[in-house]
Write a protein that binds this ligand. Structure first.
Ligand SMILES: Nc1nc2c(ncn2[C@@H]2O[C@H](COP(=O)(O)OP(=O)(O)OP(=O)(O)O)[C@@H](O)[C@H]2O)c(=O)[nH]1
Ligand SMILES: [Mg+2]
Length: 663
């Protein structure tokens, strides 16, 4: 079997099957949203805003990622476990796994169909610059890229071995990257007499690989042993908190060492309930306890005892600790040895991973999608209701004209004309409100503007440089967060001012014109403030650790640490900006629609009466037309409800899982 054949085989194991079912579900959901969109278009209910919303929803569903991170001290078997869980189909180790330090830089495994299979590497030298890995990701020319030859596992292995590359550099240089400290007195002498240390060649690796699971949106994050001096702040502040599941790996032959505990405390301990749910502890290398001289029960007891001890030390429930042998599981899968696979206990871990992770993710994505689709349908429904009310009103008007003389009809025409005048005068008054709305919108977007953040970050950077001591840095960071909170406070006040104004406007407008009242939703600022709080908490937790870890390299590290915080903050501003723009449209759009519809209806009424005024047979024909319209609208409303119900069913429908996954 060639490699590409293998990647085409249907994965039958639990995790793979469930993940595939999840992708299927997303596809079905996309299809039912497309069907709703088509229907809205056919019914004349789609507009550019609806088109945009549908497009965003579908993109989000298609690009939905599930990130699983592997974290541990070095040599606990992270890379081996990744090979065993995800890549056993390839019949060999895909990611380098060996004794000693192997993975030297954080490595993401994913698939982007727009890029050829490759490994992209960010040179370690970029650590001397003021930008985060996330920022470098937008500049492909900063990365070194090697193609992956899928037809040759051997050549692929050579390319992937890059993640283990190291090189000797002078201590001074290592310090510039925040990779060495004063304690490196044991650093070997280079021929020139200079002290040198070995540092990783790469800062970050992205492996683009068309594995079926990666193609469906799985992202795997392999990390190097984390007690290294040069920890990337980005791992702690961004990559790990954003992962949907984090697996922490211990080795049965080492127990819980001091450094294991440090890694755990620094990256995984914490009381965020949502995060806790996605955390699993793996006790790897249990094959070391397989002693032929002992009975199976004695071995199981020993494994249970070790799992219990680990759970106690880490302060987690023992049910959360999964003893496995990654190495034997990989071997068993490659050789199709079911007995050995069962003994490796990997299937239990896989079941836990898929059983918790995927349903939780589906629930989040499903309820968010349903909320958006419901809002979309509600707008269409409101439009249909308004049209139906308009038709009913016209019908009543015309039916009342039956048997009346021309004078009455003339009188009626005058009344509608007058109504139209009142409407148009009201509209002119709204022009003033619109310009106030535009001005206030700009002010809101200014408070959340990147310009404000850039100035704040610049000031903080200068403060840190002028006072690079614990107190100075703390003060500068404290100011940084305070300014951000102030920005969001101002934005929040501005948003509620806009909200009050628009609510008043809608209420006056509905009284004046006799239209249904619309109550715009407020702009919720809490989620951004929570995110900023989380960022500040993470910063406070890691500040002391980092500060104590290094001395000479401290400054470079501190600066990079700040850049990561700033870049996370920028992300919060970006999201807030996008949300604010969407909200402003949401607040104004119903008004525009109401105006358009009402105007149209007045014109139609005037038209009908004018026609009836001119010809006597016209009245009954027009009543007939309107009755027909009323029926069509009722049918449309029923059809819209059916579309929406179809989507709700697509969301809550149980997966059709292959038998292997139902156990
Ligand atoms: N006996 C045994 N050895 C294992 C097992 N899993 C991994 N190993 C070995 O442990 C060593 C380290 O494994 P890696 O996968 O490189 O560990 P890692 O956690 O990725 O380490 P770094 O990349 O250095 O951070 C390798 O020699 C593996 O073969 C296991 O279940 N049993
Ligand atoms: Mg590794």
């Amino acid at each position: 079997m060639t490699l590409s054949d293998r990647s085409r085989t249907t994965p039958t194991r639990d995790l793979a099957a469930r993940f595939e079912a999840y992708s299927d579900w997303r596809r079905r959901l996309c299809a039912s949203i497309a069907s709703l969109h088509d229907w809205l278009g056919d019914a004349g209910l789609a507009d550019p805003q609806v088109d945009l919303k549908v497009q965003q929803l579908q993109e989000r569903l298609q690009q939905d990622k599930l990130v699983v991170a592997f974290v541990a001290e070095f040599s606990r078997g992270k890379s081996e476990l990744i090979n065993a869980i995800f890549f056993a189909d390839f019949g060999q180790r895909l990611i380098p796994s060996a004794a000693g330090r192997t993975t030297m830089c954080p490595t993401e495994l994913l698939y982007d169909a727009n890029e050829p299979p490759s490994i992209r590497l960010l040179p370690i030298e970029t650590r001397a610059r003021d930008a985060t890995v996330a920022e470098f990701k937008t500049y492909p020319d900063e990365w070194v890229s090697y193609p992956l030859d899928l037809a040759s596992p051997e050549r692929m292995g050579i390319a992937l071995a890059q993640v283990s590359q190291v090189k000797p550099v002078a201590i001074a240089e290592a310090r510039r990257y925040g990779l060495a400290d004063d304690e490196d007195v044991l650093a070997p002498l280079a021929p020139g007499g200079e002290r040198t240390v070995e540092i990783p060649c790469w800062r970050h690796a992205v492996i683009n690989f068309p594995h079926p699971l990666l193609q469906q949106g799985l992202v795997i994050l392999d990390t190097p042993g984390l007690n290294a001096v040069g920890t990337e702040p980005e791992l702690t502040l961004s990559l790990l908190p954003n992962a949907h599941a984090v697996l922490f790996i211990l080795a049965a032959d080492a127990g819980v060492t001091r450094t294991d505990l440090e890694v755990w405390n620094q990256h995984l301990a914490g009381d965020d309930a949502a995060q806790k749910a996605g955390r699993l502890v793996v006790l790897n290398k249990i094959d070391g306890l397989w002693d032929d001289m002992k009975s199976a029960t004695a071995i199981d007891d020993e494994i249970a005892r070790q799992a219990g001890t680990s759970a106690r030390i880490l302060d987690v429930d023992v049910a959360q600790v999964y003893p496995v042998s990654a190495q034997k599981a990989l071997l068993a899968k490659v050789n199709g040895d079911d007995l050995l696979l069962a003994r490796s206990r990997l299937p239990e871990l896989e079941r836990a991973l898929s059983g918790r992770l995927i349903p939780a993710k589906r629930e989040i994505v499903g309820s968010a999608t349903l909320a958006e689709v419901t809002a979309l349908a509600a707008r269409a429904r409101a439009l249909l209701d308004a049209r139906q009310a308009g038709v009913a009103e016209q019908l009543a008007e015309l039916r009342a004209l039956r048997g009346k003389n021309q004078d009455v009809i003339q009188h009626m025409m005058d009344r509608v004309r007058e109504e139209k005048d009142v409407f148009e005068r009201g509209l002119a008054r709204q022009a003033a409100l619109r310009s106030v709305f535009a001005e206030q919108s700009n002010r809101l977007l200014d408070h959340l503007g990147l310009e404000a953040l850039r100035a704040n970050a610049g000031a903080t950077r200068r403060e840190i440089e002028q006072s690079p001591f614990t107190k100075g840095v703390r003060q500068a960071m404290g100011d940084f967060f305070a300014t951000i909170r102030n920005d969001f406070g101002l934005a929040s006040r501005q948003a509620s001012e806009i909200h009050d104004m628009m609510r008043g406007m809608y209420s006056r407008w509905s009284e004046e014109q006799g239209l249904e009242r619309y109550s715009p939703p407020p702009f919720a600022m809490l989620k951004y403030l929570k995110e900023i709080d989380r960022l500040e908490r993470a910063y406070n937790t890691h500040f002391n650790t980092l500060w104590n870890m290094v001395s000479k390299a401290k400054f470079a590290l501190m600066k990079r640490f700040f850049e990561t915080v700033a870049s996370r903050a920028r992300h919060v501003y970006d999201v807030a900006n996008r949300d604010a723009e969407g909200w402003l449209r949401l607040v104004m759009a119903p008004f525009e629609t109401q105006v358009r519809e009402h105007h149209l209806q007045l014109r139609r009424r005037l038209d009908s009466i004018r026609r009836i005024h001119g010809a006597s047979g016209e009245l009954e024909a027009r009543v007939g037309e309107l009755e027909q319209q009323d029926e069509t609208l009722a049918a449309d409303i029923a059809a819209l409800d059916r579309e929406l119900a179809g989507i709700a069913i697509a969301i809550y429908d149980a997966d059709v899982l292959p038998r292997a996954a139902n156990g």
